[in-house]
Design a binder for this molecule. Structure first.
Ligand SMILES: NC(=O)c1ccc[n+]([C@@H]2O[C@H](COP(=O)([O-])OP(=O)(O)OC[C@H]3O[C@@H](n4cnc5c(N)ncnc54)[C@H](OP(=O)(O)O)[C@@H]3O)[C@@H](O)[C@H]2O)c1
Length: 359
């Protein structure tokens, strides 16, 4: 795993002296000193300049998203978290190379766009100093909010489509939480490979519009949970094949609906728990349907010696963005509006697109 985006503070007497050639500018960061409700414990703080080591790169952050796992880290319920106090929020994002240490050998120049890859803690700040090995140069001909969000969710969607069940063109998958970024990416990445998607979304204001948007992205079928409150959901499949693979983003009833669609011997991969409700499985599904339940955690996948694969796949995904084959809804706000963006990301104002902070 990449080292955390740690800061080495200069002694105050040296700070002014070295700032001009070997330290970052002063930074603003969204930090927390204790775990708790993110809208209670997060605050924007001034952070002094950070010394650049020989092989360090100073990056001026351009944008970073507020992902559900970022919220969970601040809450203290995510298994891997930055140490307290003065933990900086965020885990992925994009920035622009600002300055290079004297012994940097990576092919980087001021102005290049880079992302921490694999991602690292602490992307919610205006300047980050870290070792050259942390940074992966990415193309600049895509909107910055895509470069900022390409790792956690699109990569998860691609890995889940490729790593569990061998799918062939014409096959189908089923997923809940289809309006999430992962869900929107599953729809489009499946389509690129000729795979059909059956999508489940929750009942909420705007669900008809959400259905239309998913269909425009290439979804074959989109159902609200209440539409599936029938005995035989497979009667709704029409000409689509029964799916061998399902993705569970939500848990609770939405997970049961994914299971209902799966064919004999099918696999459901759980990667999120948005409803905070457990997955319950009828005994008969194990005995008579031979269903398999598995889990996916991107952070574990990236830890298992996959740093190079991670970067190659990110380049591929940004290529799809550039070609217009991968898009998803985002709302970009300045750091000054962080509090409102956070509340939207926490679901305090109903459903909103992915919140991305511009620094
Ligand atoms: N395991 C991994 O490695 C991994 C990697 C990436 C993401 N994830 C997980 O994947 C999930 C989606 O992440 P994302 O960033 O793609 O999501 P997102 O774009 O932030 O969207 C949130 C999604 O959750 C739904 N949702 C919110 N509250 C809900 C509730 N109470 N009940 C049911 N659905 C609810 C939203 O539905 P509406 O549109 O109806 O509001 C929306 O589809 C999260 O749980 C995240 O932690 C896991």
């Amino acid at each position: 795993m990449a080292p955390p985006l740690s800061r080495r503070l200069l002694p105050p007497t040296l700070r002014a002296l070295r700032r001009c050639y070997s330290a970052s500018p002063a930074s603003k960061a969204v930090i927390y000193d204790e775990h708790g409700a993110p809208d209670q414990v997060l605050r924007v703080a001034d952070v002094p300049p950070v010394e650049l080591g020989e092989r360090d790169v100073c990056v001026r952050m351009l944008a970073a998203p507020i992902n559900p796992s970022d919220i969970n880290r601040v809450e203290g319920v995510y298994p891997v978290r930055p140490p307290l106090p003065a933990a900086v929020g965020g885990y992925e994002g994009v920035g622009q190379v600002h300055a290079l240490g004297p012994a940097v050998t990576a092919l980087l120049a001021p102005g290049d766009w880079v992302i921490p890859s694999p991602p690292s803690f602490g992307t919610w700040q205006t300047y980050i100093v870290n070792h050259q090995s942390v940074w992966h140069k990415v193309r600049t001909d895509v909107p910055m909010e895509y470069a900022a969000t390409v790792t956690v969710n699109p990569l998860t969607a691609l890995r889940m489509l490729q790593d569990f069940v061998k799918l062939n063109p014409g096959d189908a998958i089923v997923q809940n939480g289809a309006t999430s970024i992962v869900g929107q990416c599953v729809v489009q990445l499946a389509k690129v490979h000729g795979i059909h998607t059956i999508n489940i979304i929750r009942d909420r204001p705007g669900s008809e519009e959400a259905k239309d948007k998913l269909k425009q992205l290439g979804a074959d079928e989109v159902f609200t949970e209440s539409q599936l409150d029938i005995r035989n959901v497979k009667s709704l499949l029409g000409a689509l094949p029964e799916p061998a693979l399902g993705f569970n983003c939500v848990g609770g009833n939405a997970a049961s609906l994914v299971l209902k669609f799966l064919r004999q011997g099918g696999t459901m991969v759980t990667y999120g728990g948005m409803s905070k409700k457990p997955v319950t499985v009828p005994t008969s599904y194990f005995i008579f349907k031979d269903i398999s339940l598995q889990g996916f955690w991107l952070q574990k996948w990236m830890n298992s010696d996959k740093a190079d694969d991670c970067r190659t796949t990110i380049d591929y995904l940004l290529g799809l963005v550039h070609e217009g084959k991968l898009k998803y809804e985002m709302e970009v706000s300045p750091l000054t509006d962080f509090s409102l963006a956070l509340e939207k990301a926490m679901g305090k104002h109903g459903s909103h697109p992915k919140q991305v902070i511009r620094f």
